[in-house]
Design a protein around this ligand. Sequence first.
Ligand SMILES: [Zn+2]
Length: 185
Amino acid sequence: MLWLLLLSSSKNKVFVRDTRVKRCACEQCGHEFEYEIEREAGGKDNSLFSWDERDAFRKAEADAQKNVSKLLDAQDDAVPCPDCGWVQTGMIVAVRRQSYLRLKEVFELGMFLTITGVILPLLLAALFLFTSSVNSGVHGDMTFTLLSVAGILAVVGGVPTFLLWLLRHLLNAAYNPNANPKARG
Ligand SMILES: [Zn+2]
């Protein structure tokens, strides 16, 4: 019973919010400024066993702290230069990278399914070729069918996956805070 209790408590997620001051020299006017970004991340107790709930909480907190630290390292906000209003290229790249993440997930799933869908019949076709006599007509037909399936799956999976990639690319390209000076804030 106690084990069960600890096991279930170890699944509890702990959220940590943290800030980091980033320094920047404006690529447009050279003005140096500081700004603060804030992120929140969850963490959980990933260990197999924790002595008590407090122990589990501490581990989850450390995990969340590690995750939020990673986010603060990798991410950025679009903070306009206080002197000239320019938004740094690196900031725009970072904001784009953290945008439309659901679209990115679906794209990656599409890539995975397409590649798997193409590789499987190809592997089967190779297997048929190696295990059968080359002159056997039945196996030749089978190989041809499998190659056709691979080709069809490549198109059926590849085209929508490419369109997803293109959509995210276009949506991200549309985000350019420097294109409209009035929007600078
Ligand atoms: Zn500037």
